[in-house]
Design a protein around this ligand. Structure first.
Ligand SMILES: Cc1ncc(COP(=O)(O)O)c(C=O)c1O
Length: 370
């Protein structure tokens, strides 16, 4: 017989999921209603307009997709690329590699521009790639690279990409709600995120937005979108006046997500970005006091996710295990070239709190014997 569900009360300070706000958990225990109930349709409208505010966009095509952040990535690629289209991908971490893999599966021609993990691209490096190798359909970047802790500056990139007739697509999984992201002002055409990071909700929804320019590209496709479940021309029929059934949405996740968006806007975007930055700076100070250093330069460091160099002599996996087993604190290790070399500390959404940082710093002081 399986026993009662009773996981340890972990403090989630890893790359996600982050702690879910109690109000979100409460909203998720609300009784279900049907997916075409007029009251539900009203809640959907509210959810969409809250999401537009959080993305700082007026884009009509703005909605939460069913699925995790990778669903957003898949939708961003399969709807706007056709076989043979060229996509330029800024490769500087784990998630841009995933983009290359997905785009290739949809038959796109992938042009990689590369940087060491932890560095970011300058606008002229993106322009150099656009200027050579023929027409480009899309340039894709990861705004907040959770595998490296680097924040890719986006201002000034869209107008270059647009000059070459391409769309700018951006992965905002770890930036939405935690660090400045201005979809319309910055000219981003396609962006997606995940509910489980700085929005303080459980995993399962992928906030998504696409500009009118991107929508025109979608409507002008020569071939059908190759993924039925993520075909935005079908999904938008449910999220617009048609209200045509496409698939059954998770009522419970949407209840929670709507509450999460309300919380973001109650706090205010600017105040929320400031909280994430101030808490990250407090973490950096506390870790420096322990003689620890960082993988990413201060200028490019991502407030919601800090990569800490594991000190020589310490068994990084053993330190993480002790944090978990003795202090109930979760942080993560590195991927790929950073495996065994870094810790990843997330301060996202409801997890981004001063008292959490003080606990982590004290626990590390004890474990490392500093
Ligand atoms: C930057 C980035 N992109 C994409 C993903 C994929 O999201 P998910 O694991 O929710 O599918 C993640 C997950 O951590 C991420 O950090």
């Amino acid at each position: 017989m399986a026993t009662d569900l009773n996981p340890s009360p972990r403090l989630l300070l890893g790359p996600g999921p982050s702690a879910v706000h109690p109000r979100v958990l409460r909203a998720m225990s609300t009784p279900l209603i049907g997916y075409l109930d007029p009251e539900w349709l009203g809640l959907m409208d509210e959810e969409q307009s809250l999401l537009r505010e959080v993305f700082m966009t007026k884009n009509t095509l703005t909605l939460p997709l069913s699925g995790t952040g990778s669903t957003g990535m898949e939708a961003a690629l399969c709807n706007f690329l056709e076989p043979g289209d060229r996509v330029i991908v800024g490769c500087n971490g784990f998630f841009s590699e995933r983009m290359c893999e997905m785009a290739a599966r949809y038959g796109a021609t992938v042009t990689r521009i590369e940087k060491p993990w932890g560095e970011v691209f300058a606008p002229d490096e993106i322009e150099d790639a656009l200027a050579t190798g023929g027409p480009t359909k899309m340039a894709a970047l990861v705004h907040a690279e959770t595998s490296t802790g680097a924040l890719q500056p986006l201002e000034g990139i869209a107008h270059i990409v647009h000059r070459y007739g391409a769309l700018l697509m951006v992965d905002c999984v770890t930036s939405l709600g935690g660090t400045p992201l201005k979809i319309d002002e910055w000219g981003v055409d396609v962006a997606y995120s995940g509910s489980q990071k700085c929005l303080g909700c459980p995993p399962g929804l992928a906030p998504f937005t696409a500009s009118d320019r991107a929508r025109e590209v979608l409507l002008a496709r020569k071939s059908k979108v190759p993924n039925w479940y993520l075909d935005l021309t079908l999904i938008e029929k449910y999220w617009s006046k048609d209200r045509a059934y496409h698939h059954t949405p998770s009522t419970t996740l949407h209840y929670g997500f709507r509450e999460g968006l309300r919380l973001v806007l109650e706090e205010g975007l600017e105040a929320r970005w400031r909280r994430h930055r101030e808490n990250a700076e407090y973490l950096w100070k506390k870790l420096e006091e322990l003689d620890l250093s960082f993988h990413v330069t201060t200028k490019n460091r991502l407030p919601p996710l800090t990569t800490v160099v594991a000190p020589g002599g310490a068994d990084e996996a053993a330190v993480r295990a002790r944090l978990r087993d003795e202090f109930n604190v979760e942080i993560a290790g590195g991927f790929g070239p950073l495996k065994g070399r870094i810790w990843r500390v997330g301060l996202m959404g409801f997890s981004s709190r001063r008292e959490n940082i003080a606990l982590l710093a004290e626990a590390l002081r004890e474990i490392l014997g500093r």
